[in-house]
Design a protein around this ligand. Structure first.
Ligand code: MG
Ligand code: MG
Length: 291
């Protein structure tokens, strides 16, 4: 789940600066625990994606996994016209973000974006992937490659760029070179004890962002980077359930997200796969969950 524009931009609240809370090395290590559980939950979910499965079945498996880990799901109960009812957002095909899991059965050729997060000992992790269901068209395959690729590019650029605006501008160029569009209505966010903290983290760069909201990529910064890319128009529209956001032209959309910390050694992906040192425990947890 990402920061929408429902929170006022700072310019709309006057010229008050974003309040960015930098995290210590110890706090970043604590956030990694939540991030690894989020990665493991995504392995459970990814293993279930196939024609015939319902989005609700996948959501229940993720909910069970967080419960086993004593991790608190971040999305369930998020306030809205009705509180968000699930632990994952599941957005199929033209749905961009915030889709509600339920009885919908996945079909061959669909794509499904799964976004989830949890809190462990007070610290949050948040991550999303878009999966193909069986064989997808060449164009949709390119969409997935572009969206995962632009997230990877952003993480790499965070090692060498000083300001987010420079990363965001290159992200937008990368997507444009594919002939696709970056969603602008929804953006990434700072993350820590809360899922949504300052700053807002757009996947494109405007002069007004440069002037008013750009921020330094300094050690201790932890942000959720989450490009959403559309094949057609960048415009989105809400569905009548008040949560799901779809593309305005009905063409497919993809979404990938990682929680990333800047450390003295460079960017560290807190929702990445286990390191060698973490591998054994992680594999044991997943094996137990799969029974
Ligand atoms: Mg998310
Ligand atoms: Mg997010």
């Amino acid at each position: 789940m990402e920061g929408g524009r429902d929170r006022p931009l700072r310019s709309e609240r006057g010229e008050q600066a974003d309040v960015v809370t930098l995290k210590s090395g110890r706090e970043i290590a604590a956030m990694r625990k939540a991030g690894l559980f989020v990665w493991e939950a995504h392995q459970i979910a990814a293993g279930m994606v196939r024609p015939g499965v319902t989005t609700g079945e996948i959501d229940r498996a993720v909910e069970d996994y967080f419960a086993e880990r004593q991790a608190t799901p971040l999305f369930k109960g998020v306030p809205g016209k009705t509180p968000f009812p699930a632990v994952c957002c599941m957005s199929v095909n033209d749905e961009v973000v915030h889709g509600i899991p339920g009885n919908r059965k996945l079909r061959e050729g669909d794509i499904i974006s799964i976004d989830t997060g949890c809190r462990v000992k007070g610290w949050c992790g948040d991550s999303a992937y878009t999966h193909p269901v069986g064989e997808v068209s060449d164009e949709v395959r390119r969409l997935l490659d572009c969206t995962s690729g632009v997230l990877q590019l952003a993480i790499e650029l965070m090692a060498t760029r000083n300001r987010w605006g420079d990363v965001a501008a290159e992200m937008a160029t990368y997507v444009r070179d594919f002939g696709f569009t970056v969603v602008e209505n929804f953006v990434g966010h700072g993350i820590g004890k809360k899922m949504h903290e300052d700053p807002q983290v757009p996947n494109f760069c405007s002069p007004s962002f440069r002037r008013k909201h750009d921020f330094e990529l300094e050690p201790g910064l932890v942000i959720a980077v989450e490009p959403m890319v559309n094949i057609g128009t960048k415009r989105v529209r809400p569905l009548p359930d008040h949560w799901t956001q779809s593309t305005a032209d009905g063409k497919p959309s993809a979404h990938f997200e990682h929680t990333v910390a800047i450390t003295d050694e460079g960017p560290l992906v807190l929702t990445a796969a286990p390191t060698e040192a973490e591998q054994e425990d992680s594999s044991r947890r997943l094996a137990a969950a799969r029974g």
